[in-house]
Design a protein around this ligand. Structure first.
Ligand SMILES: NC(=O)c1ccc[n+]([C@@H]2O[C@H](COP(=O)([O-])OP(=O)(O)OC[C@H]3O[C@@H](n4cnc5c(N)ncnc54)[C@H](O)[C@@H]3O)[C@@H](O)[C@H]2O)c1
Ligand SMILES: N[C@@H](CCC=O)C(=O)O
Length: 542
Protein backbone atom coordinates (compact mmCIF):
# COMPACT_ATOMS: atom_id res chain seq x y z
CA UNK A 1 0.00 0.00 0.00
CA UNK A 2 1.35 3.44 -0.89
CA UNK A 3 -0.09 5.08 2.19
CA UNK A 4 -0.56 3.12 5.39
CA UNK A 5 -3.03 5.69 6.63
CA UNK A 6 -5.33 5.19 3.67
CA UNK A 7 -8.81 4.10 4.75
CA UNK A 8 -12.22 3.48 3.25
CA UNK A 9 -14.86 6.16 3.76
CA UNK A 10 -18.41 5.36 4.86
CA UNK A 11 -20.22 4.22 1.71
CA UNK A 12 -23.82 4.90 0.71
CA UNK A 13 -26.21 1.99 0.38
CA UNK A 14 -26.48 0.36 -3.04
CA UNK A 15 -29.90 1.37 -4.41
CA UNK A 16 -32.13 -1.33 -5.96
CA UNK A 17 -33.44 -1.12 -9.51
CA UNK A 18 -37.20 -1.48 -9.79
CA UNK A 19 -37.30 -3.33 -13.16
CA UNK A 20 -40.11 -1.20 -14.61
CA UNK A 21 -41.59 -2.33 -17.92
CA UNK A 22 -39.25 -1.41 -20.83
CA UNK A 23 -36.37 -0.52 -18.51
CA UNK A 24 -32.87 -1.51 -19.58
CA UNK A 25 -32.30 -3.54 -16.41
CA UNK A 26 -35.49 -5.52 -16.98
CA UNK A 27 -34.40 -6.46 -20.50
CA UNK A 28 -30.94 -7.42 -19.30
CA UNK A 29 -32.36 -9.52 -16.50
CA UNK A 30 -34.81 -11.34 -18.79
CA UNK A 31 -31.92 -12.09 -21.12
CA UNK A 32 -29.83 -13.55 -18.28
CA UNK A 33 -32.78 -15.59 -16.99
CA UNK A 34 -33.13 -17.17 -20.38
CA UNK A 35 -29.40 -17.71 -20.77
CA UNK A 36 -29.01 -19.47 -17.41
CA UNK A 37 -32.23 -21.48 -17.80
CA UNK A 38 -30.85 -23.01 -20.97
CA UNK A 39 -27.65 -24.41 -19.55
CA UNK A 40 -26.74 -26.99 -16.96
CA UNK A 41 -23.52 -26.07 -15.19
CA UNK A 42 -21.17 -28.23 -13.15
CA UNK A 43 -20.24 -26.93 -9.69
CA UNK A 44 -16.98 -28.21 -8.25
CA UNK A 45 -15.58 -27.64 -4.77
CA UNK A 46 -12.98 -24.86 -4.66
CA UNK A 47 -10.12 -25.75 -2.36
CA UNK A 48 -6.87 -23.81 -2.30
CA UNK A 49 -8.10 -21.91 -5.34
CA UNK A 50 -8.46 -25.09 -7.40
CA UNK A 51 -11.54 -26.89 -8.64
CA UNK A 52 -11.98 -30.28 -6.97
CA UNK A 53 -14.36 -32.94 -8.27
CA UNK A 54 -15.50 -35.82 -6.08
CA UNK A 55 -18.08 -37.53 -8.30
CA UNK A 56 -20.48 -37.66 -5.36
CA UNK A 57 -23.14 -35.57 -7.05
CA UNK A 58 -26.24 -33.56 -6.20
CA UNK A 59 -28.64 -31.65 -8.44
CA UNK A 60 -29.82 -28.05 -8.37
CA UNK A 61 -33.43 -27.82 -9.53
CA UNK A 62 -35.65 -24.78 -9.91
CA UNK A 63 -38.03 -24.77 -6.92
CA UNK A 64 -40.80 -23.37 -9.18
CA UNK A 65 -40.20 -25.99 -11.87
CA UNK A 66 -38.60 -28.93 -10.13
CA UNK A 67 -38.07 -31.02 -13.24
CA UNK A 68 -35.72 -28.34 -14.56
CA UNK A 69 -32.09 -28.98 -13.60
CA UNK A 70 -29.81 -25.93 -13.43
CA UNK A 71 -26.62 -27.51 -12.18
CA UNK A 72 -24.92 -30.61 -10.88
CA UNK A 73 -22.64 -30.09 -7.91
CA UNK A 74 -19.91 -32.14 -6.30
CA UNK A 75 -20.20 -32.91 -2.59
CA UNK A 76 -17.25 -32.90 -0.23
CA UNK A 77 -16.24 -36.14 1.49
CA UNK A 78 -14.02 -36.51 4.53
CA UNK A 79 -10.83 -36.21 2.46
CA UNK A 80 -11.87 -32.93 0.80
CA UNK A 81 -13.11 -31.46 4.08
CA UNK A 82 -9.69 -32.04 5.61
CA UNK A 83 -8.04 -30.67 2.44
CA UNK A 84 -10.08 -27.48 2.85
CA UNK A 85 -8.99 -27.09 6.47
CA UNK A 86 -5.37 -27.70 5.48
CA UNK A 87 -5.62 -25.15 2.65
CA UNK A 88 -6.94 -22.54 5.05
CA UNK A 89 -4.00 -23.23 7.41
CA UNK A 90 -1.51 -22.85 4.55
CA UNK A 91 -3.02 -19.61 3.26
CA UNK A 92 -3.17 -17.96 6.67
CA UNK A 93 0.40 -16.70 7.01
CA UNK A 94 0.48 -14.62 3.84
CA UNK A 95 -3.09 -13.44 4.15
CA UNK A 96 -2.89 -12.24 7.74
CA UNK A 97 0.34 -10.40 7.01
CA UNK A 98 -0.96 -8.68 3.91
CA UNK A 99 -1.66 -4.95 4.51
CA UNK A 100 -5.29 -4.81 5.55
CA UNK A 101 -6.14 -2.34 2.79
CA UNK A 102 -4.98 -4.88 0.19
CA UNK A 103 -7.20 -7.51 1.78
CA UNK A 104 -10.09 -5.09 1.81
CA UNK A 105 -9.59 -4.28 -1.86
CA UNK A 106 -10.54 -7.86 -2.78
CA UNK A 107 -14.00 -7.23 -1.32
CA UNK A 108 -14.24 -3.69 -2.72
CA UNK A 109 -13.58 -5.14 -6.15
CA UNK A 110 -16.09 -7.96 -5.60
CA UNK A 111 -18.68 -5.31 -4.65
CA UNK A 112 -17.92 -3.34 -7.81
CA UNK A 113 -18.24 -6.48 -9.95
CA UNK A 114 -21.58 -7.42 -8.36
CA UNK A 115 -23.00 -3.90 -8.59
CA UNK A 116 -21.75 -3.64 -12.19
CA UNK A 117 -21.04 -6.36 -14.75
CA UNK A 118 -22.42 -9.30 -12.73
CA UNK A 119 -25.53 -7.54 -11.42
CA UNK A 120 -28.08 -9.35 -13.56
CA UNK A 121 -26.16 -12.64 -13.35
CA UNK A 122 -26.43 -12.53 -9.55
CA UNK A 123 -30.13 -11.72 -9.84
CA UNK A 124 -30.83 -14.41 -12.43
CA UNK A 125 -29.08 -17.24 -10.59
CA UNK A 126 -30.70 -16.28 -7.28
CA UNK A 127 -34.13 -16.08 -8.93
CA UNK A 128 -33.80 -19.41 -10.71
CA UNK A 129 -32.06 -21.38 -7.96
CA UNK A 130 -33.86 -20.01 -4.90
CA UNK A 131 -37.16 -18.95 -6.54
CA UNK A 132 -37.05 -15.23 -5.72
CA UNK A 133 -38.82 -12.60 -7.72
CA UNK A 134 -36.71 -9.91 -9.41
CA UNK A 135 -37.06 -7.32 -6.67
CA UNK A 136 -36.44 -9.75 -3.82
CA UNK A 137 -33.29 -10.95 -5.58
CA UNK A 138 -32.07 -7.41 -6.36
CA UNK A 139 -32.43 -6.16 -2.76
CA UNK A 140 -30.21 -8.86 -1.38
CA UNK A 141 -28.16 -10.82 -3.94
CA UNK A 142 -26.96 -7.47 -5.27
CA UNK A 143 -27.66 -4.57 -2.89
CA UNK A 144 -27.23 -6.25 0.47
CA UNK A 145 -24.15 -8.20 -0.61
CA UNK A 146 -22.54 -5.06 -2.05
CA UNK A 147 -23.38 -3.25 1.19
CA UNK A 148 -21.89 -6.04 3.32
CA UNK A 149 -18.61 -5.80 1.42
CA UNK A 150 -18.53 -2.00 1.28
CA UNK A 151 -19.60 -1.28 4.84
CA UNK A 152 -17.39 -3.95 6.37
CA UNK A 153 -14.28 -2.53 4.69
CA UNK A 154 -15.23 0.87 6.08
CA UNK A 155 -15.86 -0.52 9.58
CA UNK A 156 -12.44 -2.16 9.52
CA UNK A 157 -10.87 1.20 8.66
CA UNK A 158 -12.57 2.67 11.73
CA UNK A 159 -11.80 -0.24 14.01
CA UNK A 160 -8.09 -0.40 13.20
CA UNK A 161 -7.68 3.28 14.08
CA UNK A 162 -8.82 2.70 17.67
CA UNK A 163 -5.78 2.57 19.93
CA UNK A 164 -5.43 2.64 23.73
CA UNK A 165 -3.99 5.59 25.66
CA UNK A 166 -0.23 6.03 25.91
CA UNK A 167 1.77 8.29 28.23
CA UNK A 168 5.11 10.10 27.90
CA UNK A 169 6.94 7.00 29.12
CA UNK A 170 4.63 4.14 28.14
CA UNK A 171 3.52 3.47 24.60
CA UNK A 172 0.57 1.06 24.15
CA UNK A 173 -0.37 -0.43 20.82
CA UNK A 174 -3.33 -2.62 19.96
CA UNK A 175 -2.49 -5.34 17.48
CA UNK A 176 -5.67 -6.47 15.69
CA UNK A 177 -4.71 -10.12 15.30
CA UNK A 178 -7.00 -12.48 13.44
CA UNK A 179 -8.02 -15.57 15.40
CA UNK A 180 -5.45 -18.31 15.85
CA UNK A 181 -6.80 -21.02 13.57
CA UNK A 182 -9.45 -21.16 10.88
CA UNK A 183 -13.10 -20.06 10.77
CA UNK A 184 -15.94 -22.37 9.72
CA UNK A 185 -18.72 -20.50 7.86
CA UNK A 186 -22.03 -22.35 7.46
CA UNK A 187 -24.66 -20.50 5.47
CA UNK A 188 -28.44 -20.74 4.87
CA UNK A 189 -30.41 -21.03 1.64
CA UNK A 190 -32.57 -17.96 1.90
CA UNK A 191 -30.16 -15.06 1.31
CA UNK A 192 -27.37 -15.14 -1.28
CA UNK A 193 -25.96 -12.10 0.54
CA UNK A 194 -25.63 -14.04 3.80
CA UNK A 195 -23.83 -16.78 1.86
CA UNK A 196 -21.32 -14.17 0.68
CA UNK A 197 -21.00 -12.29 3.97
CA UNK A 198 -20.40 -15.10 6.42
CA UNK A 199 -17.08 -16.32 4.98
CA UNK A 200 -16.00 -12.81 3.92
CA UNK A 201 -16.37 -10.90 7.20
CA UNK A 202 -13.80 -13.06 9.09
CA UNK A 203 -11.56 -13.14 5.99
CA UNK A 204 -11.41 -9.34 5.76
CA UNK A 205 -9.71 -9.12 9.14
CA UNK A 206 -7.09 -11.73 8.23
CA UNK A 207 -8.73 -15.08 8.93
CA UNK A 208 -8.94 -17.96 6.51
CA UNK A 209 -12.18 -19.82 6.11
CA UNK A 210 -13.83 -23.13 5.28
CA UNK A 211 -17.23 -22.26 3.76
CA UNK A 212 -20.07 -24.78 3.67
CA UNK A 213 -22.95 -23.29 1.67
CA UNK A 214 -26.55 -24.57 1.90
CA UNK A 215 -27.10 -27.14 -0.84
CA UNK A 216 -30.32 -25.38 -1.85
CA UNK A 217 -28.34 -22.17 -2.52
CA UNK A 218 -25.18 -23.72 -3.90
CA UNK A 219 -25.96 -22.37 -7.39
CA UNK A 220 -25.89 -18.64 -6.53
CA UNK A 221 -23.24 -19.16 -3.85
CA UNK A 222 -20.89 -20.68 -6.42
CA UNK A 223 -21.15 -17.47 -8.46
CA UNK A 224 -20.27 -15.45 -5.34
CA UNK A 225 -17.18 -17.64 -4.88
CA UNK A 226 -16.16 -17.19 -8.53
CA UNK A 227 -16.57 -13.42 -8.27
CA UNK A 228 -14.40 -13.34 -5.13
CA UNK A 229 -11.72 -15.24 -7.03
CA UNK A 230 -11.98 -12.84 -9.94
CA UNK A 231 -11.61 -9.99 -7.45
CA UNK A 232 -8.22 -11.38 -6.43
CA UNK A 233 -8.99 -13.53 -3.39
CA UNK A 234 -5.77 -15.50 -2.86
CA UNK A 235 -5.96 -19.30 -3.01
CA UNK A 236 -6.98 -20.99 0.22
CA UNK A 237 -8.35 -17.89 1.95
CA UNK A 238 -11.95 -19.08 1.47
CA UNK A 239 -12.47 -22.75 0.62
CA UNK A 240 -15.87 -23.59 -0.85
CA UNK A 241 -17.09 -27.06 0.09
CA UNK A 242 -20.73 -27.94 -0.61
CA UNK A 243 -21.76 -31.06 1.26
CA UNK A 244 -24.04 -32.62 3.79
CA UNK A 245 -24.17 -30.24 6.80
CA UNK A 246 -23.85 -32.79 9.58
CA UNK A 247 -21.08 -34.74 7.79
CA UNK A 248 -19.00 -31.66 7.08
CA UNK A 249 -19.54 -30.31 10.59
CA UNK A 250 -18.52 -33.63 12.19
CA UNK A 251 -15.11 -33.48 10.54
CA UNK A 252 -14.51 -29.74 10.83
CA UNK A 253 -15.59 -29.38 14.45
CA UNK A 254 -12.99 -31.96 15.52
CA UNK A 255 -10.04 -29.97 14.14
CA UNK A 256 -7.87 -28.66 16.96
CA UNK A 257 -7.35 -25.27 15.31
CA UNK A 258 -11.02 -24.45 14.86
CA UNK A 259 -11.04 -20.81 15.99
CA UNK A 260 -14.51 -19.63 15.07
CA UNK A 261 -17.92 -20.56 13.70
CA UNK A 262 -19.92 -18.10 11.63
CA UNK A 263 -23.35 -19.63 11.25
CA UNK A 264 -26.75 -18.55 10.00
CA UNK A 265 -29.60 -21.03 9.82
CA UNK A 266 -32.06 -22.81 12.02
CA UNK A 267 -31.90 -22.84 15.81
CA UNK A 268 -31.88 -26.66 15.86
CA UNK A 269 -28.78 -26.92 13.69
CA UNK A 270 -27.00 -24.17 15.62
CA UNK A 271 -27.72 -25.93 18.91
CA UNK A 272 -26.39 -29.19 17.51
CA UNK A 273 -23.14 -27.49 16.45
CA UNK A 274 -22.73 -25.79 19.81
CA UNK A 275 -23.15 -29.16 21.56
CA UNK A 276 -20.51 -30.74 19.32
CA UNK A 277 -18.12 -27.91 20.11
CA UNK A 278 -18.74 -28.50 23.82
CA UNK A 279 -18.00 -32.21 23.38
CA UNK A 280 -14.74 -31.42 21.57
CA UNK A 281 -13.71 -28.59 23.88
CA UNK A 282 -10.59 -30.26 25.26
CA UNK A 283 -9.27 -30.73 21.72
CA UNK A 284 -9.09 -27.06 20.79
CA UNK A 285 -6.04 -24.84 21.10
CA UNK A 286 -8.23 -21.85 21.78
CA UNK A 287 -11.88 -21.32 22.68
CA UNK A 288 -13.69 -21.10 19.33
CA UNK A 289 -15.76 -17.95 18.93
CA UNK A 290 -19.30 -18.98 18.12
CA UNK A 291 -21.51 -16.59 16.20
CA UNK A 292 -24.91 -17.79 15.09
CA UNK A 293 -27.98 -15.97 13.79
CA UNK A 294 -30.93 -18.34 13.85
CA UNK A 295 -34.73 -18.63 13.69
CA UNK A 296 -37.53 -16.23 14.44
CA UNK A 297 -41.24 -16.01 15.20
CA UNK A 298 -41.64 -12.40 14.34
CA UNK A 299 -44.63 -10.39 15.49
CA UNK A 300 -46.73 -7.42 14.43
CA UNK A 301 -48.75 -5.67 17.14
CA UNK A 302 -51.48 -3.33 15.97
CA UNK A 303 -52.74 -0.59 18.30
CA UNK A 304 -56.27 0.88 17.92
CA UNK A 305 -54.64 4.15 16.73
CA UNK A 306 -52.95 2.49 13.73
CA UNK A 307 -53.72 3.23 10.09
CA UNK A 308 -55.50 0.22 8.54
CA UNK A 309 -53.96 0.51 5.06
CA UNK A 310 -50.49 0.71 6.51
CA UNK A 311 -51.20 -2.36 8.64
CA UNK A 312 -52.52 -4.42 5.73
CA UNK A 313 -49.58 -3.49 3.50
CA UNK A 314 -47.09 -4.20 6.30
CA UNK A 315 -48.65 -7.57 7.03
CA UNK A 316 -48.76 -8.68 3.40
CA UNK A 317 -45.22 -7.62 2.60
CA UNK A 318 -43.88 -8.74 5.96
CA UNK A 319 -45.49 -12.17 5.83
CA UNK A 320 -45.39 -13.12 2.14
CA UNK A 321 -42.36 -11.52 0.50
CA UNK A 322 -40.06 -14.35 -0.54
CA UNK A 323 -42.82 -16.77 0.53
CA UNK A 324 -42.22 -15.93 4.19
CA UNK A 325 -38.78 -17.56 3.99
CA UNK A 326 -37.09 -14.81 5.93
CA UNK A 327 -36.00 -15.24 9.51
CA UNK A 328 -37.65 -11.83 10.02
CA UNK A 329 -40.98 -12.64 8.33
CA UNK A 330 -44.14 -11.46 10.09
CA UNK A 331 -45.73 -14.71 11.20
CA UNK A 332 -47.97 -13.73 14.13
CA UNK A 333 -50.14 -10.63 14.37
CA UNK A 334 -52.18 -9.14 17.21
CA UNK A 335 -55.08 -7.00 16.07
CA UNK A 336 -57.55 -5.02 18.23
CA UNK A 337 -61.18 -6.07 18.07
CA UNK A 338 -62.36 -2.61 16.96
CA UNK A 339 -60.23 -2.77 13.81
CA UNK A 340 -60.57 -6.44 12.95
CA UNK A 341 -63.64 -6.36 10.70
CA UNK A 342 -62.14 -3.75 8.37
CA UNK A 343 -58.61 -5.18 8.40
CA UNK A 344 -59.96 -8.69 7.84
CA UNK A 345 -61.92 -7.63 4.75
CA UNK A 346 -58.98 -5.81 3.19
CA UNK A 347 -56.51 -8.54 4.07
CA UNK A 348 -58.63 -11.32 2.60
CA UNK A 349 -59.33 -9.28 -0.53
CA UNK A 350 -55.65 -8.45 -1.08
CA UNK A 351 -54.35 -11.92 -0.22
CA UNK A 352 -56.75 -13.52 -2.70
CA UNK A 353 -55.39 -11.23 -5.42
CA UNK A 354 -51.74 -12.08 -4.81
CA UNK A 355 -50.32 -13.84 -7.84
CA UNK A 356 -48.40 -17.03 -7.21
CA UNK A 357 -46.17 -18.62 -9.82
CA UNK A 358 -42.74 -18.87 -11.44
CA UNK A 359 -40.14 -16.13 -11.16
CA UNK A 360 -39.87 -15.64 -14.91
CA UNK A 361 -43.37 -14.09 -14.91
CA UNK A 362 -42.85 -10.70 -13.35
CA UNK A 363 -46.47 -10.33 -12.21
CA UNK A 364 -45.99 -13.01 -9.55
CA UNK A 365 -45.50 -11.65 -6.05
CA UNK A 366 -45.16 -15.10 -4.45
CA UNK A 367 -43.03 -17.85 -5.97
CA UNK A 368 -42.17 -21.37 -4.84
CA UNK A 369 -40.81 -22.46 -1.47
CA UNK A 370 -37.33 -23.85 -1.58
CA UNK A 371 -37.77 -27.64 -1.74
CA UNK A 372 -39.96 -30.67 -1.04
CA UNK A 373 -38.93 -30.81 2.62
CA UNK A 374 -39.96 -27.19 3.20
CA UNK A 375 -43.16 -27.71 1.21
CA UNK A 376 -44.15 -30.75 3.32
CA UNK A 377 -43.35 -28.99 6.59
CA UNK A 378 -45.43 -25.93 5.72
CA UNK A 379 -48.30 -28.06 4.41
CA UNK A 380 -48.31 -29.96 7.71
CA UNK A 381 -48.74 -26.73 9.67
CA UNK A 382 -51.60 -25.67 7.38
CA UNK A 383 -53.28 -29.08 7.77
CA UNK A 384 -52.87 -28.88 11.51
CA UNK A 385 -54.65 -25.51 11.56
CA UNK A 386 -57.35 -26.78 9.18
CA UNK A 387 -58.15 -29.70 11.49
CA UNK A 388 -57.93 -27.76 14.75
CA UNK A 389 -61.09 -26.51 16.50
CA UNK A 390 -59.00 -23.58 17.77
CA UNK A 391 -58.20 -22.15 14.33
CA UNK A 392 -59.71 -21.25 10.99
CA UNK A 393 -58.03 -20.71 7.64
CA UNK A 394 -59.51 -17.46 6.36
CA UNK A 395 -57.48 -17.15 3.15
CA UNK A 396 -55.18 -19.34 1.06
CA UNK A 397 -54.23 -22.74 2.41
CA UNK A 398 -53.69 -24.43 -0.95
CA UNK A 399 -50.52 -26.37 -1.57
CA UNK A 400 -49.56 -27.74 -4.97
CA UNK A 401 -46.23 -29.38 -5.72
CA UNK A 402 -47.10 -30.81 -9.14
CA UNK A 403 -44.79 -28.52 -11.07
CA UNK A 404 -43.15 -26.38 -8.40
CA UNK A 405 -43.40 -26.09 -4.63
CA UNK A 406 -46.25 -23.59 -4.55
CA UNK A 407 -48.09 -22.63 -1.38
CA UNK A 408 -50.66 -19.89 -1.57
CA UNK A 409 -50.33 -17.04 0.94
CA UNK A 410 -52.25 -18.27 3.95
CA UNK A 411 -54.04 -16.49 6.78
CA UNK A 412 -54.95 -18.39 9.93
CA UNK A 413 -57.22 -16.92 12.59
CA UNK A 414 -56.99 -18.37 16.07
CA UNK A 415 -58.65 -17.79 19.41
CA UNK A 416 -55.74 -19.36 21.25
CA UNK A 417 -52.85 -16.88 21.52
CA UNK A 418 -50.51 -19.82 22.19
CA UNK A 419 -51.74 -21.84 19.21
CA UNK A 420 -48.94 -23.86 17.58
CA UNK A 421 -48.67 -21.53 14.58
CA UNK A 422 -48.39 -18.50 16.92
CA UNK A 423 -45.37 -20.07 18.61
CA UNK A 424 -43.28 -22.14 16.17
CA UNK A 425 -41.24 -20.95 13.19
CA UNK A 426 -42.93 -22.18 9.99
CA UNK A 427 -40.69 -20.47 7.41
CA UNK A 428 -43.37 -20.24 4.77
CA UNK A 429 -46.15 -17.90 3.58
CA UNK A 430 -48.35 -18.39 6.64
CA UNK A 431 -49.55 -15.62 8.96
CA UNK A 432 -51.55 -16.35 12.12
CA UNK A 433 -53.77 -13.70 13.65
CA UNK A 434 -55.01 -13.28 17.18
CA UNK A 435 -57.67 -10.64 17.88
CA UNK A 436 -57.46 -8.96 21.32
CA UNK A 437 -59.93 -6.74 23.20
CA UNK A 438 -58.98 -3.06 22.71
CA UNK A 439 -58.67 -2.42 26.43
CA UNK A 440 -56.10 -5.23 26.80
CA UNK A 441 -53.26 -3.62 24.85
CA UNK A 442 -50.80 -3.86 27.75
CA UNK A 443 -51.68 -7.49 28.55
CA UNK A 444 -51.28 -8.23 24.86
CA UNK A 445 -47.74 -6.82 24.88
CA UNK A 446 -46.92 -9.19 27.76
CA UNK A 447 -48.40 -12.05 25.77
CA UNK A 448 -46.28 -11.16 22.72
CA UNK A 449 -43.17 -11.16 24.89
CA UNK A 450 -43.92 -14.55 26.44
CA UNK A 451 -45.35 -16.53 23.55
CA UNK A 452 -42.34 -17.72 21.59
CA UNK A 453 -38.75 -18.69 22.48
CA UNK A 454 -37.35 -16.42 19.75
CA UNK A 455 -36.29 -12.78 19.96
CA UNK A 456 -35.50 -11.67 16.43
CA UNK A 457 -37.81 -9.00 14.95
CA UNK A 458 -41.15 -7.40 15.64
CA UNK A 459 -43.15 -4.28 14.99
CA UNK A 460 -45.81 -2.01 16.39
CA UNK A 461 -48.32 -0.14 14.24
CA UNK A 462 -49.64 2.86 16.21
CA UNK A 463 -50.09 6.59 15.73
CA UNK A 464 -50.36 7.09 19.47
CA UNK A 465 -46.88 7.92 20.83
CA UNK A 466 -47.68 6.56 24.30
CA UNK A 467 -48.66 3.24 22.76
CA UNK A 468 -45.43 3.16 20.74
CA UNK A 469 -43.45 3.87 23.88
CA UNK A 470 -45.19 1.14 25.85
CA UNK A 471 -44.45 -1.38 23.11
CA UNK A 472 -40.84 -0.30 22.79
CA UNK A 473 -40.36 -0.73 26.55
CA UNK A 474 -42.37 -3.89 27.16
CA UNK A 475 -40.86 -5.67 24.16
CA UNK A 476 -37.27 -4.60 24.83
CA UNK A 477 -35.94 -8.17 24.96
CA UNK A 478 -38.48 -9.61 22.51
CA UNK A 479 -36.67 -8.44 19.36
CA UNK A 480 -33.17 -7.43 18.29
CA UNK A 481 -34.73 -5.42 15.45
CA UNK A 482 -37.88 -3.52 16.35
CA UNK A 483 -39.89 -1.49 13.88
CA UNK A 484 -42.46 1.28 14.39
CA UNK A 485 -45.15 1.57 11.70
CA UNK A 486 -43.29 -0.78 9.39
CA UNK A 487 -43.05 -4.47 8.59
CA UNK A 488 -40.47 -6.39 10.62
CA UNK A 489 -38.33 -7.33 7.58
CA UNK A 490 -35.77 -5.86 5.18
CA UNK A 491 -33.05 -4.59 7.46
CA UNK A 492 -30.51 -2.49 5.57
CA UNK A 493 -26.78 -2.72 6.21
CA UNK A 494 -25.52 0.41 7.97
CA UNK A 495 -29.07 1.42 8.92
CA UNK A 496 -30.60 -1.45 10.91
CA UNK A 497 -27.77 -3.79 11.98
CA UNK A 498 -29.45 -7.18 12.06
CA UNK A 499 -29.78 -9.94 14.65
CA UNK A 500 -31.67 -11.09 17.70
CA UNK A 501 -31.15 -12.93 20.97
CA UNK A 502 -33.01 -15.64 22.92
CA UNK A 503 -33.41 -18.63 20.55
CA UNK A 504 -32.65 -16.34 17.60
CA UNK A 505 -28.91 -16.36 18.10
CA UNK A 506 -25.93 -14.59 19.55
CA UNK A 507 -27.04 -11.19 18.22
CA UNK A 508 -23.67 -10.23 16.77
CA UNK A 509 -25.28 -7.98 14.15
CA UNK A 510 -24.30 -9.07 10.64
CA UNK A 511 -22.73 -6.30 8.58
CA UNK A 512 -21.83 -4.20 11.61
CA UNK A 513 -18.69 -3.45 13.62
CA UNK A 514 -19.91 -5.69 16.44
CA UNK A 515 -19.69 -8.67 14.11
CA UNK A 516 -16.20 -7.89 12.82
CA UNK A 517 -14.90 -7.55 16.36
CA UNK A 518 -15.73 -11.25 16.91
CA UNK A 519 -13.15 -12.28 14.33
CA UNK A 520 -10.17 -10.62 15.95
CA UNK A 521 -8.15 -11.53 18.99
CA UNK A 522 -6.57 -8.24 20.04
CA UNK A 523 -3.06 -8.15 21.48
CA UNK A 524 -1.72 -5.21 23.46
CA UNK A 525 1.96 -4.35 23.11
CA UNK A 526 3.28 -2.10 25.88
CA UNK A 527 6.67 -0.46 25.59
CA UNK A 528 8.20 1.19 28.64
CA UNK A 529 10.48 3.96 27.39
CA UNK A 530 12.34 4.53 30.66
CA UNK A 531 12.33 1.19 32.49
CA UNK A 532 12.75 1.04 36.28
CA UNK A 533 16.25 0.15 37.49
CA UNK A 534 15.51 -0.58 41.17
CA UNK A 535 12.86 -2.95 42.45
CA UNK A 536 12.28 -1.03 45.73
CA UNK A 537 9.50 1.51 46.09
CA UNK A 538 10.50 5.16 46.67
CA UNK A 539 8.84 5.27 50.13
CA UNK A 540 11.03 2.45 51.47
CA UNK A 541 13.79 3.27 53.96
CA UNK A 542 17.34 2.41 52.90
N1 LIG B 1 -31.25 -14.76 12.16
C1 LIG B 1 -30.81 -14.59 10.92
O1 LIG B 1 -30.14 -13.64 10.59
C2 LIG B 1 -31.21 -15.59 9.87
C3 LIG B 1 -31.02 -15.27 8.52
C4 LIG B 1 -31.38 -16.22 7.56
C5 LIG B 1 -31.94 -17.43 7.93
N2 LIG B 1 -32.12 -17.69 9.24
C6 LIG B 1 -32.74 -18.95 9.68
O2 LIG B 1 -32.26 -20.00 8.84
C7 LIG B 1 -33.26 -21.01 8.70
C8 LIG B 1 -33.50 -21.28 7.24
O3 LIG B 1 -32.32 -21.59 6.58
P1 LIG B 1 -31.88 -23.09 6.28
O4 LIG B 1 -33.09 -23.91 5.98
O5 LIG B 1 -30.80 -23.03 5.28
O6 LIG B 1 -31.32 -23.52 7.71
P2 LIG B 1 -30.63 -24.90 8.15
O7 LIG B 1 -30.33 -24.77 9.59
O8 LIG B 1 -31.39 -26.06 7.69
O9 LIG B 1 -29.25 -24.91 7.31
C9 LIG B 1 -28.28 -23.90 7.49
C10 LIG B 1 -26.93 -24.47 7.12
O10 LIG B 1 -26.57 -25.47 8.05
C11 LIG B 1 -26.22 -26.66 7.36
N3 LIG B 1 -26.53 -27.81 8.21
C12 LIG B 1 -27.65 -28.58 8.20
N4 LIG B 1 -27.56 -29.53 9.15
C13 LIG B 1 -26.38 -29.33 9.78
C14 LIG B 1 -25.73 -29.97 10.85
N5 LIG B 1 -26.28 -31.00 11.49
N6 LIG B 1 -24.52 -29.49 11.24
C15 LIG B 1 -23.97 -28.42 10.62
N7 LIG B 1 -24.54 -27.78 9.58
C16 LIG B 1 -25.73 -28.23 9.17
C17 LIG B 1 -27.02 -26.59 6.08
O11 LIG B 1 -26.50 -27.45 5.11
C18 LIG B 1 -26.89 -25.12 5.74
O12 LIG B 1 -25.65 -24.86 5.14
C19 LIG B 1 -34.50 -20.45 9.39
O13 LIG B 1 -34.61 -21.01 10.66
C20 LIG B 1 -34.21 -18.96 9.46
O14 LIG B 1 -34.90 -18.29 10.47
C21 LIG B 1 -31.76 -16.81 10.22
N1 LIG C 1 -31.87 -9.20 6.51
C1 LIG C 1 -33.12 -9.81 6.44
C2 LIG C 1 -33.28 -10.99 7.35
C3 LIG C 1 -32.47 -12.18 7.02
C4 LIG C 1 -33.18 -13.43 7.43
O1 LIG C 1 -33.58 -14.25 6.68
C5 LIG C 1 -34.30 -8.92 6.69
O2 LIG C 1 -34.29 -8.06 7.55
O3 LIG C 1 -35.29 -9.15 6.00
Amino acid sequence: MIDNLFSFKRPSNEMPNDFKVNSVERKELKFKLEEYSKKVIEIPLIINGKEVRTGDMGEVRMPHNHKHILANYHKAGEKEISMAVEASREAKKEWENMPWQMRALVFKKAAALIAGPYRQVMNAVTMLGQSKNAYQAEIEAVCELVDFFEFNTHYISKMYKEQPDSTRTVINQLDYRPLEGFVFAVTPFNFTAIGGNLPSAPAMVGNTVVWKPALTAVYSNYFVMKILQEAGLPSGVINFIPGDGAKVADVVLKKDDLAGIHFTGSTTVFNSMWKKVAQNLEKYKTYPKIVGETGGKDFVVVHPSADNNEVVTGLIRGAYEYQGQKCSAASRAYIPESKWAEIKNSLIKEVKNIKVGPVEEFSNFVNAVIDQKAFDKIENYIDYARKSPEAEIIAGGTCDDTKGYFISPTLILTENPKFKTMVEEIFGPVLTIFVYPDDEFEQTLKLVNETSPYGLTGSIFAKDRQAQLKAIKELRQAAGNFYVNDKPTTAIVGQQPFGGARASGTNDKAGAEQNLSRWISPRVVKETLVPAKDYKYPFMDE
